[in-house]
Design a protein around this ligand. Structure first.
Ligand code: URA
Length: 480
């Protein structure tokens, strides 16, 4: 057994270089013991001199995945990654196999790390330090991450707080930004930090962004777990804000802005272009949908948005609901999420024009904010009411495979509301047995932080490739 010692600072880079060299030299995963920092010694391990190996190339998606997984607190993370790397030598497409338990486990670990990074960017609270004579203001914060995310997340704070000096102390590592240079140092116990005036600012900010009409204490605690509260000045306000939420929500409803339907109508008429894909049949559907009053969403939307595409398409793609742009144009997936979907689909060899593209809910649901209309997810009742329209489209098109984009589509098609992440890349079925391939909604990709976007897109692309393969398999005649 050989021991590979990894430093606490620069862990990923050293792991990557070591793994490349070991792989090139053909060292098997079971012969390695990976350790970060001052980990417990293994009596049977020997220190490993760097081995020279042949050139090794790995898929880009793996590097992005590894960058996150290396930050996980699971002591087995390095070994798991190396084992996958080892298997990728023989099967370079393994990473696309969502059903493979090793890939699934590492993907979950990467998600844990991403979530922890979000928490850090949202919940770090700086306190100002008095430094007489200093020409830059100086701040410090204490934070307790679940994973080893300080190095990966510090650049976010450099971008956001580049004009001041600051330090973030955590039990694992600390990050110091001084005079424009970022450096890392070992972890530290919680320092004594002064209360300061920025805390009032935070409280004012929190009071302003708190929306009493959307108060969900359980969701709020899931998003902002109590373990972070003691470092966050604004959390002292939470009990009071909850107690007064109902009255404030009533006031807000009374003062809500109203939309200008005339303006929306004009924009819609300008944008609506006759398209080859919109068939007669879909035209009928548009008229029928316009008369639908099963739920209240028709009232504020500009128009319903029916599906479009070949009436006998073998693939049906189902999204959530039209967005702002779709509501005005009357066509599905023409806005930012649709454009992103199209470009990834093209890379995956999926031609959207050959599919029937539609949504689980046919009217745009939103909250007006000044001149903007902010997307709101449809609730189960609305999904249920609109399901008969989707069923009608399914019974007309008779797709061989349905690609469900996001939780709403999956709920509408399968009736199953379990969490999506564990189901993505899996094949499920509608009540009448049509196969449904589950994946995320492309708008999710628009929201992930820039550093994780390439990895998230690669996974999404892999799901679309899977759809193409499934479709080809379904088109093959059954064995005689
Ligand atoms: N998001 C969807 O789910 N559907 C659309 O048509 C556009 C955005």
């Amino acid at each position: 057994m050989r021991r590979v010692a990894l430093p606490e600072i620069g862990t990923f880079e050293v792991w990557r270089d070591e793994a490349r060299a070991l792989l090139g030299a053909g060292v098997r995963p079971e012969d390695l013991l990976w350790q970060r920092g001052q980990g417990a010694e293994d009596l049977f391990a020997t220190d490993l001199p760097m081995v020279a190996g042949g050139p090794v190339t790995v898929p880009r998606g793996f590097v992005e995945l590894a960058r996150l997984v290396v930050c996980h607190s699971d002591p087995e993370r390095f070994a798991r990654l190396y084992a996958l790397l080892w298997s990728l030598r023989d099967d370079r497409r393994l990473l696309e196999d969502r059903g493979d338990p090793r890939v699934a486990k590492l993907t979950r670990m990467a998600k844990d790390v991403s979530r922890d990074r979000h928490k850090m960017t949202a919940f770090v609270r700086f306190r100002e330090l008095e430094v007489p004579g200093a020409n830059r203001r100086r701040f410090a914060a204490w934070f307790e991450p679940t994973h080893h995310i300080v190095e990966l997340t510090a650049p976010f704070f450099v971008k956001r707080f580049g004009d001041m000096d600051w330090a973030i102390f955590t039990p694992d590592l600390s990050a110091h930004f001084e005079g424009g240079a970022l450096r890392f140092a070992p972890g530290a116990p919680r320092p004594e930090l002064p209360q300061d005036a920025t805390e009032d600012l935070w409280r004012t900010y929190f009071r302003n962004i708190f929306n009493p009409a959307r108060l969900k204490p359980k969701a709020m605690q899931a998003e902002m777990p109590k373990k972070y509260w003691h470092n966050m000045p604004e959390t002292q306000l939470i009990p009071e804000l909850i107690a007064t939420a109902e009255a404030r929500a009533r006031q807000m409803a009374e003062a809500a802005p109203t939309l200008a339907p005339v303006r929306a109508g004009k924009i819609s008429a300008r944008l609506r272009v006759p398209t080859a894909e919109v068939t007669e049949e879909v035209g009928d559907l548009h008229a029928a949908l316009s008369a639908c009053r099963r739920c209240a969403l028709w009232q504020d939307a500009t128009q319903p948005v029916p599906g479009e595409g070949p009436p006998d398409a073998p693939l049906m793609i189902v999204g959530e609901q039209p967005g702002d742009r779709e509501d005005l144009e009357g066509r599905p997936f023409v806005g930012p999420a649709g454009q992103l979907f199209d470009s990834i689909a093209q890379r995956a060899g999926l031609d959207r024009r050959t599919a029937y593209v539609t949504n689980a809910v046919k009217h745009f649901k939103f909250t007006p904010r000044g001149k903007r209309r902010l997307h709101q997810a449809p609730n189960s009742g609305e999904i249920q009411h609109c399901r008969s329209w989707l069923d009608l489209e399914r019974s007309r098109v008779k797709p061989k495979l349905i690609l469900a984009l996001g939780a709403t589509a999956v709920e509408s098609l399968t009736g199953d509301r379990r969490a999506l992440m564990a189901r993505r890349g899996g094949l499920e079925r509608t009540e009448d047995g049509t196969p449904v391939l589950v994946t995320l909604h492309p708008s999710y990709l628009l929201r992930v932080p820039a550093a994780e976007r390439a990895a998230a897109e690669a996974l999404f692309e892999a799901d679309l490739r899977l759809a193409v393969r499934e479709l080809a398999a379904l088109a093959e005649p059954p064995d005689p």
